[in-house]
Design a protein around this ligand. Structure first.
Ligand SMILES: Cc1cc2nc3c(=O)[nH]c(=O)nc-3n(C[C@H](O)[C@H](O)[C@H](O)COP(=O)(O)OP(=O)(O)OC[C@H]3O[C@@H](n4cnc5c(N)ncnc54)[C@H](O)[C@@H]3O)c2cc1C
Length: 460
């Protein structure tokens, strides 16, 4: 990159906040995927919105690509700077600016780590439900840009249900405020929703006002074991059909159970074909009756074992193990593609059957972990990126997985986004006119295509 640009970036953000050494740049070449990497020319770690505005203005005038980045945990290639240029990393903007108990809102900078935020809220008896299982490291800015979800979204919804207001810096440097701090807001088109889930392609999110809720008074955790995965899938639909919406219903297959146990030694049932973990929360009386009802349905639905965790320690052990699921999977093969398809909840067991057929036909192991309660399964395909033949076959296998989900009325991505990983499949999932309209939005906001180029769209 032109040394004059580097000097201007240093003048804007300070010399120590601009990284150009090869070894530093290499650490920003990756994200949570195992197949993508590309180093940027420079990394900037701004500490304020004025700096971000000046950086984007400079980049826009010089047509330099800008890739926004939080903690780089996304699993869609979203923060890979495929065209080099600037990585704009928000981790130094990590202040919680306000927690308003009377209005049940909080305003934060984008680099606040989700777990730090949750811990602050817990002290106030408040609750922010969206819970991607990368919560120990992911930033709130990253979760808004990906519209992340997690186990709790079956009952509480995903990130977009909690974003009330945003401050965003547009590619020309303009600082725009949208939405506000009211729960209701029907003023013009909903630009807050447009930016939520925009994967860093429209601007940089610099301030976020979030809706909070009071922490539920009580919670019970249940564990159930099945000797047949499709049975576990159909029990999920039976729970929902009975009019019960638990706080979480998570699903783990035998491979993942054994792998987590190998890594963590927490006492999981390693012989179980499939394990469901379920939380009920709310008032004490409601939770007790809901849990009893769920246990009955689990037993009637064919669970070999269905029981309540005896105490908080046992419940925490299950959820700690569940959140280690991805790490356990990712270390199981040289290349792991953890997919993110979602099907209507009443088609879950059909989808599980289909995945088994696809795995057998392709010869690739496909292991399953996911948010069964909302139909969002992560079929994880094991392969080896060093074997060209494997990689070619892999694309066909992934396409078969997506097509199976779409045929069942599902979608390409429940929560990980499109990024680089799924853009080749976008046309299969969306109306061509809808894609055209989305591209026009992008063009209005970012006519020089500097913001996270090559993400979401196939190059035309
Ligand atoms: C072990 C593991 C478990 C996971 N579990 C889940 C899960 O349960 N649910 C789920 O939804 N996801 C999950 N993820 C994916 C990922 O953690 C989430 O997408 C998370 O929200 C990304 O946050 P981040 O700070 O790491 O963002 P990054 O990965 O740095 O960025 C994500 C995207 O947002 C853009 N971006 C980042 N910050 C900004 C900003 N301030 N303004 C504009 N654009 C920005 C980036 O350009 C990129 O496109 C998991 C990942 C891992 C590794």
């Amino acid at each position: 990159m032109d040394p004059k640009i580097i000097k201007q970036l240093e003048d804007i953000a300070g010399k120590t906040q601009v990284l150009t050494v090869k070894e530093d740049l290499a650490t920003y070449a990756y994200d949570g995927t195992t197949t993508w990497s590309h180093a940027p020319d420079v990394v900037v770690l701004p500490t304020g919105v004025d700096q971000i505005s000046a950086i984007l203005k400079l980049a826009n005038e010089n047509r330099i690509p800008v890739t926004p980045r939080g903690s780089g945990t996304n699993i869609s290639g979203g923060s890979i700077p495929v065209r080099g240029g600037i990585v704009l990393c928000t981790t130094k903007m990590n202040r919680v600016l306000d927690i308003n108990k009377a209005n049940l809102t909080a305003t934060v900078e984008p680099g606040v780590v989700l777990q730090d935020f949750n811990m602050l809220l817990a002290k106030e008896n408040l609750f922010y439900p969206p819970d991607p299982q990368s919560f120990l490291t992911c930033t709130i800015g990253g979760t808004v840009a990906e519209n992340s979800g997690g186990p709790l979204c079956i009952k509480y919804g995903v990130t977009k249900q909690y974003v009330l207001g945003l401050e965003v810096v547009l590619p020309d440097g303009y600082v725009m405020k949208i939405g506000g701090s009211t729960v209701k807001n029907r003023t013009g088109y909903d630009l807050v929703s447009l930016f939520t889930g925009s994967e860093g392609t429209l601007g940089i999110i610099t301030k976020i006002t979030l809706r909070l809720i009071p922490k539920p008074a009580a919670k019970r955790t249940m564990m159930a074991i099945f000797d047949d995965m499709t049975l576990a899938g159909s029990v999920v639909s039976r729970i929902l059909a009975a009019g019960i919406v638990p706080a979480k219903i998570e699903f783990v297959d035998n491979f993942v159970i054994r792998r987590i146990e190998e890594k963590m030694h927490v006492g999981l049932p390693v012989d179980a074909n499939t394990m469901l973990l379920i939380d009920a929360d709310g008032s004490l009386a409601a939770v007790e009756s809901e849990a009893a009802h769920i246990l009955d349905i689990l037993k009637d639905g064919g669970a070999q074992i269905a029981r309540l965790a005896k105490d908080d320690d046992e419940a925490n052990m299950y959820w700690k193990a569940r959140s280690a699921g991805f790490a356990a999977i990712y270390s199981a093969a040289r290349t792991v593609i953890a997919e993110d398809v979602t099907v209507p909840r009443d088609r879950l067991s059909d989808f599980i059957k289909k995945l088994d057929e696809i795995s057998k036909k392709s010869g690739f192991p496909v292991v399953l972990i996911g948010h069964a309660g909302d139909g969002n399964i992560h079929p994880s395909v094991f392969t080896n990126s060093r074997e060209k033949e494997d990689l070619d076959r892999l694309q066909d296998t992934l396409t078969a997985i997506f097509e199976a989900a779409l045929e069942l009325g599902g979608t390409l991505s429940g929560e990980h986004g499109i990024g680089l990983e799924k853009k080749r499949l976008l046309a299969k999932a969306l109306d061509p006119r809808a894609i055209e309209i989305m591209k026009q939005f992008k063009n209005v906001l970012d006519p020089n295509n500097i913001m996270n180029p090559e993400k979401i769209w196939e190059l035309s």
